[in-house]
Design a protein around this ligand. Structure first.
Ligand code: ADP
Ligand code: GLC
Length: 482
């Protein structure tokens, strides 16, 4: 088979820009494809808010202009090569100069419509003819729409296929119908139930789901869940309609970046052989750094998360007081909704020795938490995949999670299968079920150290690398490009 060209079109990718797990996926998965069979490249916006040292790595290539409805906009193209993978950047200061990748929805829709159109415009000049464009979430969901509407008529794109991966069905790119012609540059014929319309509004994700050749999501369980009313975010009937073309592939993590043996961010490196002492040294050092009471024996639970409803913070809020009556420490790193930040600050006032809360995004501290803690809390309401629990496993930190989406697919509960388990989990979304699992973990930690240590070793041996999942993507690409 001739080598196939795959283009990841995505709104964020490591190491350049990250707001969530999408960036981890787009910035790591491309490295895991068989280079003899696939030339995988990535294209993303050149955000002004990227770190200066990263912006300096980008090489200017050329500029052109693209039409977006009545507008004619500048498109600059930059390039960077990292360990053999090419990243392209679309530059336009009008769209990409704010201090975060996403802002208010109307502006975001215009900027990502521009991004999608610009991609079609620049690829011929880059001489990269994509056999397949792999789109991610609503921000690049217009690509399959524009391809069918216009670009498939061009020789360069006539054989191009599209795969759309849903990382989070909750975010759909929804707005009023006035944007169809004026912003998206599509005819009003597209504003029908079967295309980009949903509940009287424009819905970009739905458009992508309708026109993409195949659809995937980031775990097998989430691929099932999103066909139901409970998880379908109003698109469940439509997702079910495309179920023949829908599949789930669980995410992996970068095993070199997240490696307790070599990680420079943590206080003490450790391996399977040295995990016991290694974690204790990390725990004591982090307790000191965060001003917590230093005690190597206390059961320490970590949270590294966006502070949003999705992640189950209402449940956590309901059990916090009670678990603080026991011998634990809770180390939280996150940012997001104000009331959840406040919830942890209030708790910190009441239990200063037991709680640490750091608000903000902090990569280095996140690694220290993964390495230092005994347990990792993630009782999500829904979770398409979840990477934090995979990172926790890699560092021998035991996930306490809810059985949903990727959490269900990657964490084997101690209560279900003691010998194979790598964590604790519960099904029903209620505070009682959560607290039971926290207590079970605590009990095992304090009363049965031998079993706890075995659990830690099994967690570290769980395979959450990209190898298996990348092979599954390769198989889908190959089937689509036959
Ligand atoms: P989501 O993408 O829904 O936020 P994931 O579990 O897929 O959740 O990915 C979250 C990623 O972001 C993980 O790599 C996690 O370590 C990281 N992360 C989340 N919040 C923070 C934070 N405040 N500081 C540093 N890293 C964070
Ligand atoms: C989304 C999901 C998360 C998933 C990530 C990467 O942010 O919320 O569960 O791990 O995308 O696919």
């Amino acid at each position: 088979m001739k080598k196939k060209n795959i283009l990841f079109a995505v709104s964020e990718a490591l190491p350049f820009i990250k707001t969530g797990g999408l960036a981890d996926v787009a910035g790591t998965l491309p490295y895991y494809f068989d280079k003899k069979k696939f030339d995988v490249r990535v294209i993303l916006p050149k955000y002004a808010c990227m770190k200066q040292e990263l912006k300096e790595k980008l090489k200017y290539k050329f500029f052109t202009f693209v039409d977006l409805a009545w507008r004619n906009q500048y498109v600059g193209v930059f390039e960077a090569k990292i360990n053999g993978i090419t990243f392209y950047f679309i530059d336009n200061e009008y769209y990409f100069s704010s201090d975060a990748p996403y802002g208010e929805i109307r502006g975001d829709i215009e900027k990502f419509a521009y991004f999608c159109r610009a991609i079609f415009k620049v690829l011929p000049q880059l001489d990269f003819k994509p056999d397949l464009i792999h789109c991610h979430d609503w921000q690049s969901a217009l690509i399959p729409v524009y391809l069918k509407d216009q670009f498939c008529k061009e020789d360069f794109y006539k054989d191009t296929k599209t795969l759309l991966t849903i990382h989070n069905l909750k975010f759909q790119g929804v707005y009023g119908s006035d944007i169809v012609e004026d912003v998206l540059g599509l005819s009003m014929n597209y504003f029908t139930e079967g295309k980009i319309e949903n509940n009287g509004c424009v819905n970009l994700l739905k458009g992508g789901l309708y026109f993409a050749d195949k659809i995937s999501t980031v775990s097998e369980t989430y691929a099932e869940e999103i066909r139901t009313h409970e998880f379908g975010e109003g698109l469940n009937s439509f997702v079910s309609y495309r179920e023949q073309d829908l599949f789930g592939i669980v995410n992996g993590i970068d095993y070199d970046f997240f490696n307790p043996e070599t990680d420079k961010a943590i206080f003490e490196n450790y391996s399977l052989e040295t995990v016991k002492e290694g974690k204790i040294k990390n725990k004591l050092a982090l307790q000191r750094e965060l001003g917590l009471f230093q005690d190597e024996n206390v059961f320490t639970i970590g949270i590294v998360s966006r502070l949003t409803d999705q992640k189950g913070f209402d449940l956590i809020g309901a059990v916090l007081d009670e678990i603080c009556q026991t011998n634990i420490q809770l180390i939280v790193l996150g940012s997001g909704e104000n009331h959840f930040e406040q919830m942890f600050y209030d708790l910190k006032n009441r239990y200063p020795d037991k709680i640490s809360i750091t608000v903000g995004y902090n990569e280095e501290l996140s690694h220290k938490i993964y390495a230092a803690c005994d347990g990792f809390l993630m009782p999500s309401r829904f979770e398409p995949c979840g990477l934090s629990q995979l990172i926790a496993l890699r560092y021998g930190t035991i996930p306490i999670v809810r059985k949903t989406g990727g959490l269900k697919d990657t964490v084997i509960a101690y209560s279900d299968d003691e010998k194979a388990s790598n964590g604790f989990s519960f099904a029903s979304y209620d505070a009682y079920s959560l607290i039971q699992q926290i207590y079970s973990a605590e009990k095992l930690f304090y009363e049965n150290k031998e079993s706890w240590n075995q659990l830690v070793l099994r967690a570290m041996k769980s395979d959450s690398s990209w190898n298996n999942s990348a092979k599954k993507y390769e198989k889908i690409y190959s089937q689509m490009l036959k």
